[in-house]
Design a protein around this ligand. Structure first.
Ligand code: P1T
Length: 359
């Protein structure tokens, strides 16, 4: 097993003559091991492991020249929206659009001097799917760099660089680690120049990951492949069950034929993932009743762990998005998001059934 190099510093032979490692903010052998692993999983040359998903996002924002224009998907994780609109809006300009609309993307890139496109696919929480091949082709035409937040798919179900995307980002807090015990992020890419710039920024600003956390993620990755398949197997059953339930208005899951981009999902993803979003029939009171009635699902933010989680995006993960903007995207008070774990499917279905009976 890779050792945990639980050290901040490394003895040098003589001043400045070291053995590849000087100080753990800059490099650490356990973290290097994880970076090599992630680069390989995403078919990339380089990887950087960061202290969280949002700190990986912040490094990318810092790497842009001040006054840059970023086109960002209109449905992204609430914390990403908050980072862009309350922190980096002082340095850059952000244009939020539906990146699943190719005509709109082309029009926006044509009319604005855009530096970067930020794509989440499938999106959090509405599970909208952006056509990566088409969008990267349009972006290349206008010399715009592309970043994909691949958190929901993990490298097992989607490798954005194979569609021409430049940079891939993950919140490793989710599926990659998979055990809800580490907060972390990563960036993988093929450009040496961009990697070196991001590494310099990380070393100067400091959002690295501890050796122990990197070790835990390495351990989690050993089962990433089988976990993703188990998440998906359970999710397909649950999505079908919910779709047939009289108290559910609508279910959104890329693996359902009713998903508007089901065909595209089949084309660019090798699995549909473990995330399901659905609308309960009724108001906020009913949503709260349902959410506080589940017993095996934990009512909690986050996703991607082996245990099932359930949450209310409008009150929890996406509360930092103004109500008006939220509602335009479709995040209403009866919207519920679940991260399907790998527990016994009968227990999960029974839990949902009991909670729905109480509504
Ligand atoms: O929490 P952190 O590791 O900093 O990752 C941020 C992040 C980035 N990208 C996506 C798609 C995410 O879903 C997240 C974090 N999301 C949650 C905590 C959540 O419950 O949706």
């Amino acid at each position: 097993m890779p050792p945990i190099y639980q050290t901040t510093t490394y003895a040098q032979k003589s001043p400045g003559v070291h053995q590849g490692y000087e100080y753990s903010r800059s490099h650490n052998p356990t973290r290097t091991r994880l970076e090599e692993n992630l680069a390989s999983l995403e078919n990339c040359k380089y990887a950087l492991v960061t202290s969280s998903g949002v700190s990986a996002e912040a490094l990318i924002m810092h790497s842009l020249k001040p006054g840059s224009t970023i086109v960002c998907g209109d449905d992204v994780y609430g914390g990403t929206y908050r980072l862009f609109t309350t922190v980096f809006h002082e340095f850059h300009q952000f244009i939020f659009i539906d990146t699943t609309d190719k005509v709109l993307v082309e029009k926006t890139l044509k009319e604005n001097n855009v530096d970067l496109m930020w794509i989440e696919t499938p999106t959090n929480p509405m599970l909208k799917i952006t056509d990566l091949k088409s969008i990267s082709t349009i972006a290349k035409k206008y010399k715009v760099k592309t970043v994909v937040d691949n958190t929901f798919m993990s490298p097992i179900f989607q490798n954005p660089t194979s569609f021409g995307i430049d940079v891939v980002l993950h919140s490793m807090t989710k599926f990659i680690n998979g055990h809800s015990d580490v907060v972390g992020g990563c960036i993988t890419l093929n450009s040496k120049k961009d990697y070196e710039k991001l590494w310099k920024l990380q070393n100067s600003i400091g959002p690295t990951q501890s050796p122990f956390d990197s070790w835990l993620v390495l351990r989690g990755i050993k089962t990433l492949n089988i976990r993703m398949k188990a998440h998906e197997k359970n999710a397909i059953e649950i999505a079908k069950y919910l779709e047939g339930h009289s108290k559910i208005e609508k279910v959104i899951y890329p693996g359902l034929k009713s998903h508007p981009q089901h065909k595209l999902a089949k084309k660019q993803m090798t699995g549909f993932g473990g995330m399901i979003t659905f609308f309960l029939k009724g108001d906020i009171k009913k949503s709260k009743k349902f959410l506080s009635s589940v017993k095996i699902f934990s009512l909690a933010e986050s996703l991607g762990g082996v245990e099932s989680l359930i949450e209310h995006p409008a009150i929890m993960t996406h509360a930092s998005i103004p109500k008006k903007v939220r509602e335009e995207i479709g995040i209403h008070d009866n919207l519920i998001r679940i991260s399907v774990g790998i527990e016994d499917i009968d227990d999960l279905l029974k839990d949902l059934e009991c909670a729905l009976n109480k509504v």
